[in-house]
Design a protein around this ligand. Structure first.
Ligand code: AHM
Ligand code: MG
Length: 335
């Protein structure tokens, strides 16, 4: 048991050996991990903790919030506002940015999060998670504005997610590969369980909400249609399908055994670029997937190259095994 590496030790060693993680960023990541631990406890209690069900409130995107969406958001804010490592936060569940109150010291970082991803799965006891992304506050800026957050995913200094499933697992990148930590409940700490995660370049598994098929654009329809033709079709192999409806869980599977995940633009709401949010979901997940050797695009463009125009911007997302994402890119390029 002595050779177990805790998240704290991992971060300290990364800082020492590779200089990747300044002390303030290390503190930030430890605080986020601590917040995820308490969200995990709340998720585990479920009905016993009175955390299930709707809060009968809507967020800025017009989605009905669940009690746990609000609890997770509050836990992350309360944990992060006083440590001196942050200048401001932004969340899928808040209309505008949250400035660190004046009574606390201001730090150099900006934290963005989707406090509870996969909200439709909360009440049915299926895996859900927290996604986070860390940016540096632009140097020139004295007081933080929404504009300071509008940086492309390439500028992230850390990104990760915590999945609350049969195990609670924290997945993290600071730009030097992807590491996984499993929560040891007896010890109360995240323990390193996998490093240098690699997504296989090829796969026989796709994830998409098939009920939207009639609304898809032609390139997505063509890609899935070829997969469905199996051995007899142009791909020459049978494909399997999974759709958990929690991006964290679908991405976690892809990091574990490969696959391709799609939430593309579709014709249901043609004026919206997609369902998922660029800054809280696509950018952090896109960077994690790239760091594991995969790829992430919106059809045409690399997700990490998109410069956000506003905080709650939506985006079409296709990510996972490199060769499959490349095929999707080619199909989009050829129309
Ligand atoms: P949320 O952040 O409000 O939970 O929404 C995002 C989720 C993703 O986790 C998941 O991939 C998608 O919405 C599922 O959507 P759908 O129910 O349309 O299949
Ligand atoms: Mg989400």
């Amino acid at each position: 048991m002595n050779n177990r590496i805790s998240l704290s030790r991992y971060l300290v060693e990364q800082q020492r050996s590779k200089g990747h993680i300044p002390a303030e960023l290390r503190l930030l990541l430890e605080v986020v991990a601590r917040a995820c631990k308490s969200i995990s406890h709340a998720v585990n209690k479920g009905a016993l903790g009175g955390v299930l069900g709707s809060a009968d409130r809507e967020n800025v995107q017009g989605e009905v919030q669940k009690k746990l969406d609000i609890i997770a958001n509050e836990v992350l804010i309360e944990a992060n506002e006083w440590g001196g490592h942050l200048a401001a936060m932004a969340s899928e569940e808040m209309d505008s940015i949250y400035l660190v109150p004046n009574r606390y010291p201001q730090g150099e970082y900006l934290l963005l999060f989707d406090p509870l991803d996969g909200s439709s799965n909360i009440d049915v006891n299926v895996s859900i998670g927290t996604i986070f992304s860390v940016l540096r506050k632009p140097e020139a800026s004295a007081s933080v504005t929404e504009q300071d957050f509008l940086q492309s995913g390439r500028h992230q200094v850390a990104a990760g997610y915590c999945i609350y499933g049969p195990q609670t697992t924290l997945v993290l990148t600071v730009g030097d590969g992807v590491a996984m930590f499993t929560l040891d409940r007896e010890q109360g700490s995240f323990v390193l369980t996998q490093e240098n995660i690699t997504i296989p370049a090829d796969t026989k598994e796709f994830a998409i909400n098939m009920s939207n098929m009639r609304h898809w654009a032609e390139p997505v329809r063509r890609y899935i249609d070829e997969c469905l033709q199996g051995k007899e079709g142009p791909r020459g192999k049978d494909f399997n399908m999974r759709w958990i409806a929690s991006m964290v869980a679908d991405v976690h599977r892809i990091l574990t055994r490969g696959g391709v995940f799609m939430y593309p633009w579709d014709k249901r709401e043609p004026h919206k670029a997609g369902k998922l949010r660029l800054m809280y979901e696509a950018s952090p997940m896109g960077w994690i997937v790239e760091q594991a050797g995969g790829a992430a695009i919106n059809g045409q463009e690399r997700i990490l190259d998109i410069t956000p125009q506003h905080l709650h911007q939506r985006v079409s997302v296709m990510l996972g095994s490199k060769n499959e994402v490349e095929r999707l890119r080619q199909f989009h390029a050829s129309i």
